[in-house]
Write a protein that binds this ligand. Structure first.
Ligand SMILES: [Mg+2]
Length: 398
């Protein structure tokens, strides 16, 4: 609730909720530049070595001027900018800095939903009485991050998560953008359809072929046209186009599920390619479970066909687990069953776990299983390497 004490929001009585999205600018690269001042002002790339799935994890803004961006092969990045300074991932350090950023958030709210090391949503609706307007809170956070850590954050403030994330990206780097109930449609309307969550390259092309380029055009297009393209997602897409998003900020303490998903630049139908993507997703989620000392009883695969039809397949087991091998075997089984029956080109695949509980509870049986102990040791070793060198350094084979 906007407090009457904050005169700048007096006119904003419609706004029930204030969400801040914080996104650190070029995080890994900025941490490197901060730790080694000689790197400041220079094109810095943080990447895996070329032998180890060499892709750019982060590029400083000086490097981005050469067209370098994250997820680009390192070799190509070096071709674009031969004098770029390529550094290895120092995940431990980024985690440490990320904790310190979170400590700053904690002063203002406990409603924090981390998205990654360098990105989080904060629900400050309940903090406004104590700390002043959302704008003031965000200004304080941004200033503290700069003063205490020497790093720049881009900030978005809005009535919901979708708009807050959009806002933090609108004026990056060093952005500070406020979207309100009053100005949201004016801001959204001229933007590209690609700004809407769930609209990837493929769908963008389909929309363009119908002459739909902007969010306004989505809102104004005949419902039939939109329904043909989005199927069961139609309502969600139209809500977002109208700046409506009812998702809550889920602070980590109360995580009921963990999930990850990828929308592909091009639809993928090849079995082994999909399986290797799934394996990466399982590894990622298993790691996050272990880091949070959680175990899952249910796993879910989410598969979206090129025509937007989305199916989910779940399986639950008796003993909760966070062992990569067990989660992977189950996920693979679900995938293979699906593939045998109804394979098709996918535009999105996701993996998630739910029914979470503290690890170690309900698992007593497993302690005596030598096979299980062996898997736990492997996971432990992998986690340590991953903490140290980053997630791309070590991948299991299929
Ligand atoms: Mg960032």
């Amino acid at each position: 609730m906007a407090s009457p004490l904050n005169s700048e929001y007096n006119k904003n009585t419609m706004q029930r909720q204030w969400i801040i999205h914080i996104d650190m600018d070029a995080f890994y690269a900025s941490v490197e530049q901060r730790d080694t001042p000689e790197l400041q002002g220079k094109p810095v790339i943080v990447a895996g070595t070329p032998e180890m799935r060499g892709v750019v994890c982060a590029a400083s803004y000086e490097a981005r001027k050469f067209g370098i961006h994250s997820a680009m092969p390192t070799r190509r990045a070096i071709k674009l900018c031969p004098h770029a300074i390529v550094l290895p991932v120092r995940m431990e350090r980024y985690v440490e800095i990320s904790h310190r950023i979170h400590n700053i958030f904690q002063q203002f709210t406990s409603e924090i939903e981390p998205i990654s090391l360098d990105e989080a949503f904060l629900d400050v609706t309940g903090s406004i009485k104590l700390f002043g307007s959302a704008e003031k809170i965000a200004t304080d956070i941004k200033r503290q991050i700069k003063d205490q850590l020497g790093l720049i954050a881009s900030v978005g403030i809005a009535p919901n998560k979708f708009l807050a994330k959009l806002a933090s990206d609108l004026d990056k780097p060093d952005g500070f953008v406020i979207i309100t109930e009053e100005n949201k449609q004016k801001i959204l309307d001229p933007l590209s359809v690609a700004k809407i969550w769930g609209i990837g390259k493929t769908t963008e092309q389909v929309l363009k072929s119908k002459g739909i380029y902007t969010i306004r055009q989505i809102r104004e297009a005949p419902l039939k046209v939109i329904k043909n393209i989005f199927g069961s997602q139609t309502q969600e897409i139209l809500e977002l186009a109208n700046g409506i998003d009812n998702r809550k900020v889920e602070s980590s303490g109360e995580a009921k599920s963990l999930s990850t998903e990828q929308t592909f630049a091009k639809d993928i139908s090849e079995r082994d390619t999909l399986l290797s993507i799934l394996l990466n997703q399982v590894e990622d989620i298993a790691y996050r479970l272990r880091k949070n000392n959680l175990a899952a009883r249910t796993i879910t695969l989410k598969l979206r066909y090129s025509n937007f039809r989305t199916i989910t397949r779940s399986v639950s087991f008796e003993n909760p687990t966070n062992t990569t091998q067990i989660l992977w075997e189950q996920a693979k089984q679900i995938f293979v069953n699906w593939h045998n029956k109804s394979a098709g080109a996918l535009r999105l695949m996701g993996f998630g776990v739910s029914n979470l509980q503290k690890a170690g509870t309900g698992q007593l049986l497993l302690f005596t299983d030598p096979q299980q102990q062996k898997q736990e040791k492997i996971d432990n070793a992998c986690d340590k390497i991953r903490d140290k060198f980053g997630e791309n350094i070590l991948k299991r084979g299929l």
